[in-house]
Design a protein around this ligand. Structure first.
Ligand code: B12
Ligand code: SF4
Length: 634
């Protein structure tokens, strides 16, 4: 145990670290500015600050809380150990929000700390997912425990106090298992919050918070439902307002609401109503990016209220356009017959769309992926598309099934970043699958399609100056940096000594030579790509007819689509899906006499494709005339 320095008054040091992970060369992925602050860190930091303010350890042992995000800050374990020692030797390092791909790095951070006698606790989705789904702890978690690292499974809202009390006594338990009880987060005293000096290390005036947890659906690749549950738990409008005001007071007005599916947050409407009040009556110009499912447009008022509540961007879990794949993944709620309707609805209100697309479902082949992407480009009015490799993430049903069947899965958790192939596929070799992922970005983001996306956006009233940075970000991360856009940041930092345990220290000549060459290459590439995109935007803006642009994707949904659009006719599964929806619509009398897709005249709001609903004009103008958002995501 660390010795107490007699000259100092003891202060309990609670240090929270959100770890990063390693790149393919074994260096920590880090940036001068990372994309956005982590909500997991915000949640645990705020609870810890609450405990400090309540003097949980009594007046004689104040708690100092410090947070760092390794994606933008170098973690110096010696300094941490020294800090604890200098403050009397009592402290805890909490490694926060650790995803599976971050677990090896988390353990590498923990190792020297444990050698220095520091207490370490790891929490987050990897440990929670494993405890939720596996009968026995996997080897990597046992190994961590073998180093004396403690594990926290479940949510911290009702368990952090106990951990701090145990740590202060030097009696941290090897395992804290809170998986059986999902805490109520409705009105907690310390909702997620990070101070501004922390947010300044990320791009733009953006922070994040979860307005709710849990999702009712059952996708087999999903970890969320097994960790956070299928029941919607949500913060009250008062609590959301508290979060917004705390951030507004420190100059932050953009937010990423991290709910995996805000449309299924049971209290979405009350939350939106409160935000609308803040925007329209109290003059708080707050903006949001949210995540939703592909049926969100069917919830009455959801899209229109999103607009009024200041949503400018929306992430949609499209995942795939082959119904056979969707059914196999238990993603039955994704109906190809609804995709165009849903996307046109977002276009109608001028909100930028991003869709996630998963590569490697059981019917996917390199050819089918290429073909599907061409259909998407032609027929779906979507802005950004981002790709993921189907990955059996610990905590998902897919992982559990493969684990129980003894099917090979790569034992290196660092690769579980949904950018690496980690298991076998019936129709693709590992190399083909990896190549399909790499080339997907280039297939979607061609010059021709850049122009189409920009023309569609312009004709839909979307601010091009706001779209451009996002388009740049999502199209360039993989070709420039070789990382997913969700992991990218501004200016890559690498430290020669911060290499994965077990890999050799490179000579300074090799390391710095390659680093410098890399930086130069990337700067040139970034400048070229940005200038190129700008040229396309200018070309569209200069076209006097650009506002009248129309194409197949932007045309309103009509019955005949089902006869000729490839989305609905490309294979047996697509045709069957259309037939099934027609039957369901006929049985339920769902608006269009059993015809799917729905004729334009019967669509919910009667507007035409990319036209604008009169009732929304003011809100739209208000948002579209703003300066471009500073962050690529929000
Ligand atoms: C938001 C989010 C992001 C944001 C992160 C920034 C932000 N704004 O927060 C962005 C978009 C950048 C992102 C990126 C990625 N993400 Co993400 N993300 C999420 C999401 C939707 C919410 C995270 C969150 O805030 N949860 C709420 C918090 C409060 O929950 P929590 O993290 O579990 O923390 C609680 C407990 O675990 C516990 N706890 C956690 N740590 C600690 C520590 C201590 C000491 C204690 C006591 C307790 C404790 O208490 C916390 C509070 O209750 C989750 C899904 C989800 N529902 O969580 C996926 C999720 C975490 N992401 C995932 C993945 C795979 C990724 C990417 C790899 C994907 C990709 N290629 O882009 C990247 C990797 C990023 C990186 N390595 O840098 C997976 C991880 C699965 C796994 N088994 O590893 C998840 C679960 C989604 C999924 N597909 O299943 N992500
Ligand atoms: S809709 Fe999204 S969050 Fe919900 S179960 Fe499916 S993948 Fe998970």
């Amino acid at each position: 145990m660390l010795k107490r320095t007699p000259t100092t008054k003891a202060r309990f040091q609670l240090i929270l670290i959100k770890p990063s992970h390693y790149d393919n060369d074994g260096y920590v992925v880090q940036w001068i500015r990372s994309t956005m602050p982590s909500n997991s860190l915000a949640a645990v930091y705020s609870l810890a600050k609450g405990a400090a303010e309540r003097e949980l350890l009594g007046p004689d042992l104040p708690i100092d809380v410090m947070a760092m995000d390794e994606t933008n800050t170098r973690v110096k374990t010696k300094e941490i150990a020294r800090r604890i020692a200098e403050n009397g030797g009592r402290g805890l390092v909490g490694i926060v929000g650790v995803q599976s791909n971050e677990f090896p790095r988390a353990v590498d951070i923990a190792r020297p700390l444990r050698e220095a006698g520091v207490q370490v606790l790891i929490g987050g989705f990897h440990v929670s997912g494993c405890l939720a789904m596996l009968k026995e702890l996997p080897g990597d978690i046992k190994e961590a425990q073998g180093l004396g690292v403690s594990i926290y499974a479940g949510e911290a809202e009702e368990g952090l106090d106990e951990v701090i009390l145990d740590a202060a006594r030097g009696e941290l338990r090897p395992l804290y298992d809170h998986m059986k009880h999902l805490p109520d987060i409705g009105n907690i005293a310390s909702p997620p919050f990070l101070p501004n000096d922390f947010i300044e290390r990320t791009i733009g005036n953006v922070t994040s918070f979860d307005a709710g947890r849990g999702c009712p659906f059952q996708c087999s690749f999903c970890t969320i439902i097994n960790v956070q549950g299928r029941k919607s738990r949500y913060r009250t409008p008062d609590s959301v307002e508290q979060i917004l005001r705390m951030n507004w007071d420190q100059g932050i007005n953009r937010f990423f609401i991290t709910d995996d599916n805000f449309a299924r947050n049971k209290d979405w409407e009350a939350i939106f109503d409160r935000i609308i009040k803040l925007r329209e009556e109290d003059g708080m110009d707050v903006r949001f990016c949210i995540q939703v499912d592909t049926l969100c447009h069917k919830i009455p008022g959801f899209i229109d209220k999103s607009r009024r509540a200041g949503v400018t961007r929306v992430f949609i879990g499209l995942e795939n356009i082959n119904p056979a794949n969707l059914i196999a993944a238990k993603k039955r709620q994704n109906k190809i017959t609804e995709y165009r309707k849903m996307l046109l609805e977002w276009k109608r209100v001028g909100i930028i769309t991003y869709a996630g697309y998963i590569l490697g479902f059981e019917n996917d082949t390199p050819e089918s992926i290429r073909h599907d992407l061409e259909i998407i480009k032609k027929e779906l009015p979507l802005d950004m598309l981002e790709f993921f490799i189907l990955t059996p993430l610990p905590g998902s049903e897919d992982h559990k099934v493969l684990h129980e069947k003894g099917v090979w899965m790569d034992p290196d958790m660092n690769k579980y970043d949904v950018e690496h192939v980690v298991t076998g596929h019936a129709k693709m070799t590992e190399a083909e699958w990896t190549e399909a992922y790499r080339t997907a970005w280039g297939i979607y983001y061609t010059d021709e399609h850049f122009e189409t996306i920009i023309r569609r956006a312009y004709a839909s009233g979307i601010n091009l100056r706001s779209l451009m940075p996002v388009l740049f970000w999502f199209s360039s991360a993989v070709p420039v940096e070789g990382v997913h856009p969700l992991q990218w940041g501004i200016f890559r930092i690498k430290y020669r000594h911060d290499r994965r345990a077990g890999l050799p220290l490179e000579s300074p000549f090799v390391f710095y030579g390659r680093y410098a060459a890399d930086i130069a290459r990337k700067l040139v590439l970034v400048a070229k790509r940005w200038r190129h995109l700008k040229r396309i935007v200018r070309k569209v803006e200069a076209d006097p007819h650009a506002k009248l642009y129309k194409d197949e994707a932007l045309t309103p949904v009509v019955d005949e689509d089902a006869e000729h659009m490839e989305l609905y006719t490309q294979n047996e599964a697509a045709r069957t899906a259309v037939e099934r929806e027609r039957r369901v619509a006929a049985k339920t009398g769902n608006g269009n006499g059993g015809k799917v897709p729905v004729p334009a005249g019967l669509r919910t709001n009667g507007h035409q494709g990319n036209g604008h609903d009169a009732g929304l004009q003011d809100a739209e103008l208000h948002i579209n005339e703003q300066n471009e958002p500073a962050s690529p995501l929000v």
